[in-house]
Design a protein around this ligand. Structure first.
Ligand code: E4P
Length: 217
């Protein structure tokens, strides 16, 4: 499974990227707002640092506006993925922009039928939002499974980008189902390394090592 990091914070991306943990980046208008940076400047910086796809989101509501914004965003760098919302106009924009040869990430997907439409419109990535479905007491992970089944039934090449990931369990479950990509905040990616038994085991080893009186260097 590819790891995308869901943030526009340069230092956090760099730390993970230096470790080889970053296959791409996703941003959205809220994350740009949180970064306090200019969208063009920060996105360019991210694109220069990361080799993989970097999603930058359009904000127009009509297809023509999304296409114009998408083409403008794509001028930032060759690894820009244009992110459009899963609306009827977003699907029209997806069809045109993917026809231009651009990578397109169709975002704010909350149903398998929406994902089916995005694949037919030529999306490179479909972003089903797990956490936001869980927030309204539905099981977000069921959507990942349903989309996997449908895409596999018909051989769609659109990649499932499990989004709105809030926990390490979300990452593991999405990987078990076979999501192609997951995008998560840096804190969640770092938490994947933690296990209480690792901490407990380390504590016991160090206590015993101290009793030996030895040193390695
Ligand atoms: C994905 O592309 C979105 O930016 C993100 O995963 C949304 O996550 P949230 O629901 O935690 O805001």
């Amino acid at each position: 499974m590819k790891f995308f990091v869901d943030t526009a914070e340069i230092d956090a991306i760099r730390e993970l990227n230096d470790l080889g943990m970053v296959d791409g980046v996703t941003t959205n208008p809220s994350l740009i707002m949180k970064s306090g940076r200019d969208i063009r400047e920060v996105t360019k910086e991210i694109c220069e640092m990361v080799d993989g796809p970097v999603s930058a989101e359009t904000v127009a509501l009509d297809a023509e506006g999304m296409i114009n914004e998408g083409r403008k965003l794509a001028e930032i760098a060759p690894n820009i993925t244009i992110k459009v919302p899963l609306t009827w106009d977003g699907l029209k924009a997806c069809k045109v922009l993917s026809g231009d040869g651009r990578m397109v990430n169709v975002t704010l997907c909350f149903s398998a039928n929406q994902a089916l439409l995005a694949a037919k419109a030529g999306a490179t990535f479909i972003s089903p939002f797990i956490g936001r479905l869980d927030d309204i007491h539905l099981t977000g992970m069921d959507l990942i499974q349903d989309i996997r089944t449908i895409y596999d039934n018909y051989g769609f090449e659109t990649q499932i980008l499990a989004a709105s990931i809030r926990s390490v369990n979300h990452v593991q479950e999405a990987a078990l189902i076979g999501a192609d990509v997951m995008t998560a905040p840096p804190e969640v990616i770092k938490k994947l390394a933690s296990h209480p038994l690792t901490d407990k085991g380390l504590e016991a080893f160090l206590a015993d090592w101290k009793k030996t009186g030895q040193s390695i260097v």
